[in-house]
Design a protein around this ligand. Structure first.
Ligand SMILES: [Ca+2]
Ligand SMILES: [Ca+2]
Ligand SMILES: [Ca+2]
Ligand SMILES: [Ca+2]
Length: 198
């Protein structure tokens, strides 16, 4: 878990994401984490490993990692520390919408396409919960996230709504942005205490 305490919303969201992405929990991001996260997403959603959706997911994650390494790994040691991650996400994606569209947006698209099990363009709460399980989120945070993001309360989130929420989560410092709720209450400590062992 990142050791630097912060009150900055964007940094806090980056830290939460770092903890989710550090699948093996060793405090740095590396290719093994990225591949493990992609595999967890396919597994939790029940998408076969060789399917076109899973292949697309892996391709997107690999592309994302090369991009991250090129832009964020400033000491070029093949690992991205929490600090490199924070600085890199801010400079390379939050403050650069073209780079976001090229490197970070497609990741969300590949993930939510897999999550939409019945291809109806919506994520129902059960589909959304599996996405969260893959990221190691606790179910209380998952339920809260769904409630906050489902503004019209019809029990569905459109994939487009989720793409907007994803972008707000990773790029907006606005405390009122709905996307801040993507993984639950970002300031609650349990938002980073999930289980990635199963
Ligand atoms: Ca790691
Ligand atoms: Ca590094
Ligand atoms: Ca669906
Ligand atoms: Ca809705």
């Amino acid at each position: 878990m990142p050791s630097v305490e912060t009150q900055d919303l964007l940094d806090r969201k980056f830290d939460v994401c770092f903890t989710h992405a550090d699948v093996n929990g060793n405090g740095v991001l590396e290719p093994a984490d990225v591949l493990a996260l992609a595999a967890r997403i396919a597994t939790y959603l029940g998408e076969p490993m060789g399917s076109p959706k899973t292949q697309k997911l892996f391709q997107t994650f690999e592309h994302f990692w090369s991009d991250v390494q090129a832009k964020m790994d400033v000491d070029n040691d093949g690992k991205v520390t929490p600090e490199e991650w924070r600085n890199g996400l801010r400079k390379s994606f939050a403050e650069d919408s073209e780079a976001y569209k090229a490197g970070f947006g497609p990741l969300a698209e590949a993930i939510f396409t897999i999550c939409d099990r019945d291809d109806n363009g919506f994520l129902e709460q059960s589909e959304f919960a599996k996405f969260h399980q893959a990221f190691g989120c606790k179910s209380a945070n998952s339920q809260l996230a769904f409630q906050k993001l489902d503004s019209n309360g019809d029990g569905q989130l459109t994939v487009d709504e989720l793409l907007i929420a994803w972008q707000e989560y990773y790029t907006s410092n606005d405390p009122n942005a709905r996307g801040n709720w993507l993984y639950g209450d970002v300031w609650d400590n349990t938002v980073v205490v999930g289980s990635k062992t199963i």
